[in-house]
Design a protein around this ligand. Sequence first.
Ligand SMILES: [Zn+2]
Length: 1048
Amino acid sequence: MSHQGYITTPPFSQGQPGMGGYPTGFSSATSQPHYSNYSGTGPSYSVGPTGPLKPPSSPHGPAISLGYSPPSPAQFGQTNLQNGLCNPGNQMPSYAVSSPGSGQTSSFQSHGSHPQPMSQNTATPAFTQQVIGQIGNMKISGYGSSQAPSQSDPSLSGPSFQPLFQGSQLPQHLPPISSRPTQRMSAAPVAPVATRFPGGAAPPATGMNMSPAGLNPGNVGYQHGVGQPPMAGYLPQQGGIYGGQQRALQPNYPGTYPGAPATGAQLAGPQQKKLDPDSFPSPIQVIEEDKLRRSGQLYATNTRGQVPPLVTTNCVVQDQGNASPRFIRCTTYCFPSTADVAKQSQIPLAAVIKPFAVLPANETPISVVSHGETGPIRCNRCKAYMCPFMQFIEGGRRYQCGFCSCVNEVPLFYFQHLDHMGRRLDQYDKPELSLGSYEFMATLHYCKNSKPPNPPAFIFMIDVSYSSIKIGCVKLICEELKTLLDKLPRPDEAETSTIKVGFVTYNKVLHFYNLKSSLAQPQMLVVSDIGEMFVPLLDGFLVNVQESRNVINNLLDQIPEMFAETSESETVFAPVIQAGLEAMKAAECAGKLFIFHSSLPTAEAPGKLRSRDDRKLVNTDKEKVIFQTQSHCYETLAKECVANSCCVDVFLFPNQFVDVSTMGVVPLATGGILYKYNNFQIQPDGEHFLNDLRKDVQKSIGFDAIMRVRTNTGFRATEFLGSMYMSNTTNVELAAIDCDKAITVEFKHDDKLSEENGALIQCALLYTNVAGQRRLRIHNLALNCSTQHADLYKSCETDALINFFAKSAYKAILSQPLKTVREILVNQTAHILACYRKNCASPSSAGQLILPEAMKLLPVYMNCLLKSYVLLGSPDVPTDERTFQWLLVASMDVGGTQLFFYPRLIPILKMDVNSEEIPAAVRCSEERLADGGVFILANGINMFLWLGLNAQAELIQGIFNVPTFAHINTDLTSLPELDNPYSKKIRMIIDNLRSQSPYSMKLVILKQKEKSEGILKQFLVEDKGIHGGASYVDFLCYVHKEIRQLLT
Ligand SMILES: [Zn+2]
């Protein structure tokens, strides 16, 4: 077992009486880990009476008809049918070849021969039937080929899966599509309205970015059933669709593509497309629509359960009683009232909490409240802090806790009269009564040993072994620290930081430095007994930067010289962390270690590691071992670091395997992070690393933190996912937490929730700020509750869902086979969408895929998650790369996972150079890369500038100051600063993208048709992956098939 942050949480059945004063019943209920809930043992999807019996008052989502374009002769004349989806030879025996207008007999006849662009108004029931027939017969390549169950698989047509409709009878129940009222695209994402995408009803000429091969006028895009009358033929079955057993897991879904050509070298031309991608929900369109509707607006948090703008939309948040979405985002803003409804929908109930999110300058900073010597006022029973959810009664003498209903006395000093509405007269004067987020001054009672905390420390620990010196990073670090030390985090009003600093260098032994301000020269003390690490000096190791400035600079000048001729190639690692920890223990302070390390620690010492890059484990039941630590020494060390508030950040400069999963254990558990720079060279990588280091050192941070999430009766936090540690079931321990770290919390019902009270969440974070003050940061959020599925589905936030799915799946692979985890994700996606279809959507043809408006991107994002290195299970991907991404995602917020799994692909060609706006992105697919274009692709970690062969000379000249494409130097990692609008604009875009990510994102320049270009392909996530993984279209078809099987 490794990675404390994820797996050491004891079973939730272990009650923690006395922890924070929870009523005993609160922690006694048993709860299963997420990944065993849905893995096949417990069906638990019986449909309760509330869902299906309630006729939908209105349809709640767009429908996609998965129509096929009639193949053109040209398409079939080619052999390069890479998609395989509709490969007539191998995959779809029933797929008869026809050409547009040929009218020849085939199952595609009526579709293929349609001479006009297909629109909803011209479609016929017969057409619907044909489409259904096609999809029913469709076999999707890449989903396990022969092992994938087909419609006729007897194992799927058992008693539990009797189709609701009997095949061909279905269309007879359907009114002609032309009779359905249609509606144009709606801007309201939460509104249950239909969306019609270009490429559907619109003639091809007006469609956007349609590829010649893929475009077909016969394609039907979004259809929808707005206003469809309930049909007699559709009677929801009592006891349900999920009433029987859950379907067996899909064998081998959707593994790698055995036959997929590894075309990593070059991006080929547009692949064959039979389905028009423009007819599928587009992340870009959803993002842009939300921006159009809500960007720049004021978002006031005064309404319970309101869904905030998307994380990609920039707006001004005004705290009016609920925490800003910058601090908390939820998977849904309307919780199901009962566990039954929650189980039926399978929508995870989770909140992604980023307690220290940075607020922009145009928003009100966090207010600080003092309740005097007695400390913050809290509920006697549940210990919740004073907040807007407390109800004052009896003329203001008492208050009822919104979380546990306990009635508490109001302390005399806090008494205030109530107005005729029962509100305190001073409600709007007190942040804790009117705001969602605020801070309390904490009293000594909240401090370790009831003593005020000492100023925190930053300790810089530099590997000075041969490889580290050779690549030049030691000199680089030392030079940078000279200026960076002036920029340590400090309180807003302070001129200087109180953070103390210390320095250690090491290879097989450790060198400590005495930097006392009275010294003329720094003194080095060597510790070679690394088995029993101790700090050889107390006075003079941790110093004030200003006081010891000269000695520090002297040291930083000397370090690169001292070790310039070193031949020592072995390093230790665990003793380095131990040394930093011991120094902080001795100084009785919290703080952070910055460890700069280059190689696998193979020297004889605690935590010695061996190279174990065994990719043979990939796709076996032992694959989880890859993500587990090889030395338990690191787990012990991590616990000790957490207990002593010692956060660890590691900067790795490896040129071979370094066992990231073991070296990442301590950063993960301590709220730290691990950076990695493969084959580091000063020239291309130096600036990238320094930018990361600058961001990391300067970011706002809290130390020695404990986070607690309280809820009102009816549900509770059951699982915590993130870069953190838990020694019991309720307290999230964070040696430190900075402004970029987010913790994802899952909730489960333990009782009913009432629609009247809603679901209340209070996150309280006790920490020490950079000024050394103990504070309590409180975030409150009220959500709605409902017994209706429709309310739940329309209040979902897909970006938050993906954050939860990613973190929980990444955790699950530590204990379960990758294949199982992938299957669970796919099945859960299908269940969520099938439940919607059954309970919320208007009845319509089974051939239509109906997606909830707020969740229409779930399939595309889920596919991106499944294709991530971690879940892909491809032996082509270096193990360290997988575990590195695993660690990165662990602490990501909603914006981070959104961008990471669906990168931003920004066309530069179209940009209006005079506008301040960032051009709208395009979908992450190869076919969007036009020959003439220049594109930037960024995912928060990586950034590429892709140059098309025929990029305009003006653009090339403007950006690079060279005459032609051939002259561009692809070794550049930053663009020349030229005084022309193209150069300014593109640099502005890059800066903007970088400013939104915790990572600096090295710029890599790629030219079309050059070998290096292949690297971009893995980021074009709507296409089939180069290392495996389905295309968006394939995945959507697959999920649709799953949904249909669940519904029959
Ligand atoms: Zn209470």
